[in-house]
Write a new protein. Structure first.
Length: 118
């Protein structure tokens, strides 16, 4: 089970940190990802981090603004979001999969809403 939290309302240019805590799985064995879905749009990839944290990957739309990190001792993955823009408004989901370049995300959290006002 994945539980995401940390969403809220923030003004453009502000920051938020999302958290996603896992239970019932061997967290340190999984690649963790963040995705988002804006109203009326398809879900899109935001960022991913390998099991050890050694590798990360960000979508071009968030590079330089968002940072993904993880704490395996706390079974938690984070998404630090800075310089937020109104177009970042979406429900953000965390997800887990095995492997890095292969495989589908098997486990999904319930989502947390981020609203960025202009």
């Amino acid at each position: 089970q994945l539980q995401a939290s940390g969403g809220g309302l923030v003004q453009a240019g502000g920051s938020l940190r999302l958290s996603c805590t896992a239970s019932g799985l061997t967290f340190s064995a999984y690649t963790m990802g963040w995705f988002r879905q804006a109203p009326g749009k398809e879900r899109e990839f935001v960022a991913a981090i390998s099991w050890s944290g050694a590798r990360t990957n960000n979508a071009d739309s968030v590079k330089g603004r968002f940072t993904i990190s993880r704490d395996n001792a706390k079974n938690t993955v984070y998404l630090q979001m800075n310089s937020l823009k109104p177009e970042d408004t979406a429900v953000y989901y965390c997800a887990a999969k095995t492997g890095w370049n292969q495989g589908e995300y098997r486990y999904w959290g319930q989502g947390t809403l981020v609203t960025v006002s202009s």
